[in-house]
Design a protein around this ligand. Sequence first.
Ligand code: ZN
Ligand code: ZN
Length: 166
Amino acid sequence: MDRQCPCGSGAAFAACCQPYINGTAHAPTAEALMRSRYTAFGEGAADYLYDTRDPNAHYRDERAEILQSINGTEWLKLTILATQKGGAKDDEGVVEFAAAFRPKRPKFMATATPDDGIKQMRERSFFIRDEGRWFYIDGDQLDPYRPKPNEPCWCGSGKKTKKCHG
Ligand SMILES: [Zn+2]
Ligand SMILES: [Zn+2]
């Protein structure tokens, strides 16, 4: 059976983010690039994360930070909250998202602590398209996204928010 894409699109990995991460296709929209970058963190695709950043936005120690993030973080759920422009004919785009994550830790510790350690990152990300390719520039950190009490929790548990991280 085909593995579902980690970005949560509902499509198979092979029909969603994988071709972009493998370099056999370019993400056609800012949202597609954002989703594939989220997936790339979970897949450990450090080069893809580096190469899909705006060349003008690179900084010293960026590669080390990417590796540190990959090695230290387990990504649980991506929620796209809003997009502006970012289409196949645009030159810039904005994608706002919430991502649930927790620090990676040894399995034996998983039940040793009552706090599940799940945190949320919410960001408004800025993208630019250059010669037909989308690049991530940077983003603004926002206050956590809170779904309505009866909506599914942002953490990906499948429970209602009020019975989870409400
Ligand atoms: Zn995907
Ligand atoms: Zn939750």
